[in-house]
Design a protein around this ligand. Structure first.
Ligand SMILES: [Zn+2]
Length: 310
């Protein structure tokens, strides 16, 4: 007979899940637990007291997001400079929003966050943007090995054909992507897909030794001239895979992105597009993090992040 406790559901070892809602809720039952986690994360060696000029024990000041040095009373505010600064929203709701954003593959809309968290749409939208700002691409490790490159077009109303490149009057924004097979993806919103826009991204992000696969778009002619080994699939002849020569990996990423932006975010203004691209790339790039996606998200919490000042 099974001994499982029906009131205490456990994750099956066969499940791909790394964190269930029950586990999340158990780890972060209230604001105090979230604040404590943030303090442990931001001050791994303890809180430094500038008056005592050393790390000292700080006690939480009751009902405030403030810690006080037990010797001199110096006040330390852990949330200052983080995405949570000046927010009237409870930390538990912030962490719940991070949980929801981290557990999805296709993204979650501000409308959905509003419903799940019981906050206003405006608050949900602001929270999502702040959380998204944690996920900016700051990994300067170049892509190497086998790299696929491709461009696509997102946003706007007009539906493009799969390989079609929209005309000048289109409201779609071009996106250039590079992905290392079994590795990381980099996706950049670009004003156009001309060589002068594309090649600086390639040179910055891809090692010259890389083997690059693209389709037959003429811009990629310059890859050889820039010293990359380059081969291309001939989509025009309806050849999509020839041995190793294919762009299926980057196309898989595009379909994930488009399912999200089309189905979840509906339309994304070009101003915010790079943030969404970074969010999708972050989830893709951390898909195999042993600590799981939620941890990958919260580990990005920092003081003085890009959004902290706004
Ligand atoms: Zn002190």
């Amino acid at each position: 007979m099974s001994k499982s406790n029906r009131n205490d559901p456990r994750r099956s070892t066969a499940s791909q899940s790394t964190l269930t809602f029950y586990e999340f809720n158990g780890d972060f039952p209230d604001d105090a637990a979230c604040l404590e986690w943030i303090v442990g994360h931001l001050y791994p060696d303890g809180i430094y007291c500038p008056k005592c000029e050393r790390v000292t024990k700080h006690h939480r000041v009751k009902n405030r997001t403030c810690y006080s040095c037990q010797f001199c009373g110096h006040d330390e505010y852990p949330l200052v400079g983080t995405i949570f600064e000046n927010s009237a929203t409870s930390l538990k709701l912030w962490f719940h929003a991070i949980f929801l954003m981290s557990q999805t593959r296709c993204g979650i809309s501000a409308k959905q966050l509003e419903r799940e968290l019981g906050v206003t749409y405006k608050t949900a939208w602001r929270m999502a943007n702040k959380i998204r700002s944690l996920l900016q691409d700051d990994d300067d490790t170049p892509l190497s090995g086998t790299v696929e490159m491709d461009e696509t077009y997102v946003g706007g109303r007009r539906r493009g054909t799969k390989r079609g490149r929209p005309g000048k009057d289109s409201h779609k924004t071009p996106v250039f992507g590079m992905v290392e097979r079994q590795g990381r993806v980099v996706a950049k919103a670009v004003p156009n897909t001309k060589r002068a826009e594309i090649m600086p991204h390639v040179k910055k992000k891809v090692l010259p030794e890389a083997m690059v696969y693209t389709d037959e778009y003429t811009v990629y002619d310059s890859l050889n001239r820039s010293g990359y080994k380059h081969d291309r699939v001939h989509h025009a002849e309806e050849i999509y895979v020839a041995g190793d020569v294919h762009t299926n990996t980057i196309e898989g990423f595009w379909s994930l992105l488009k399912r999200g932006i089309g189905g979840v975010y509906h339309s994304v203004s070009s101003k915010h597009l790079q943030g969404y691209l970074d969010e999708y790339a972050f989830r893709y790039n951390h898909r195999e993090d042993p600590g799981g996606m939620f941890n990958a998200f919260v580990n990005r919490i920092e003081k003085g992040g890009p959004e902290a000042a706004s």
